[in-house]
Design a protein around this ligand. Structure first.
Ligand SMILES: [Ca+2]
Ligand SMILES: [Ca+2]
Length: 248
């Protein structure tokens, strides 16, 4: 497939944090797009996204069109596990250095950054610390929110740019909240009862890949340090992205 140039980038529309229809920007994930790579979620797969004021599982959503504004500092979303792995491979070749997804154990260690409290910053949450299902959230996704969350104000209905909230003690942003993150592991419900103590890599097989960190659409129970989710590796979702690990 011929590589596209940035000038050929198409303008897409979505909704800003106030719900107004507006032009969507592109993100650093563009670099992969210009190589000719197409995410699996751009090849006709149904993706969970936000359109015309409601949630829907449909085609037409992808990392540039999740249904809300994606600026240059927003985390990429609407990429499935295979897309995340492909990005790591591309980045490793491009830079000459090994990049990969974190294991679930690495993710939690990085999230805690030495803390033994439910959240990297302590025991409670409010809008100063992270992006979660606060008063701005315009829909009922995982909407069994406690009252204090419904009244909290983190400033964002959808994903926030990286750096909006304080980093943890390791200098990492948005481990809790903002977007949910693919890890390299298969999900194993009882895996840690028999796993190696050091550097566990997850079960050797499975049907779902681990997701960590919660998102802007989740309420309490889906975004403290130790909590975990998982989904089919082909699942694309406007609250799911990933972060990479430099692994020399
Ligand atoms: Ca929010
Ligand atoms: Ca996160």
């Amino acid at each position: 497939m011929r590589e596209r140039t940035p000038d050929e980038a198409t303008t897409y529309f979505g909704y800003d944090q106030a719900g107004n229809r507006t032009i969507l920007n592109t993100s650093p994930f563009d670099a992969v797009y210009y190589t000719g790579y197409r995410t699996e979620t751009e090849t006709g797969e149904k993706v969970l996204g936000w359109r015309e004021g409601r949630l829907m599982y449909d085609t037409g959503f992808d990392w540039r069109k999740p249904g809300y504004v994606q600026g240059d500092r927003h985390p990429v979303v609407c990429v499935n596990w295979g897309d995340a792995m492909a990005f790591c491979s591309w980045l490793s070749v491009k830079t000459g250095h090994p990049f990969r997804l974190p294991t679930e154990a690495e993710w939690e260690y990085a999230c805690r950054a030495g803390a033994d409290t439910p959240y990297p910053w302590g025991d409670t949450i409010d809008g100063r610390w992270c992006n979660f299902a606060d008063k701005h959230m315009p829909f009922g996704y995982f909407s069994n929110r406690p009252a204090e969350h419904r009244k909290a104000d983190d400033g964002y209905a959808f994903a926030a740019p990286v750096g909006t909230y304080p980093a943890n003690m390791f200098g990492l942003y948005d481990m809790i909240g903002n977007v949910n993150e693919w890890c390299s592991d298969w999900l194993g419900e009882d895996y840690y009862s028999w796993s190696p103590v050091n550097d566990p890599l997850g079960p050797s097989s499975g049907s779902a890949r681990v997701l960590r960190g919660g998102s802007f659409a989740y309420s309490l129970g889906h975004w403290y340090c130790a909590d975990r989710m998982a989904n089919d590796p082909s699942h694309g979702d406007f609250v799911v992205g990933f972060r990479v690990v430099f692994s020399p």
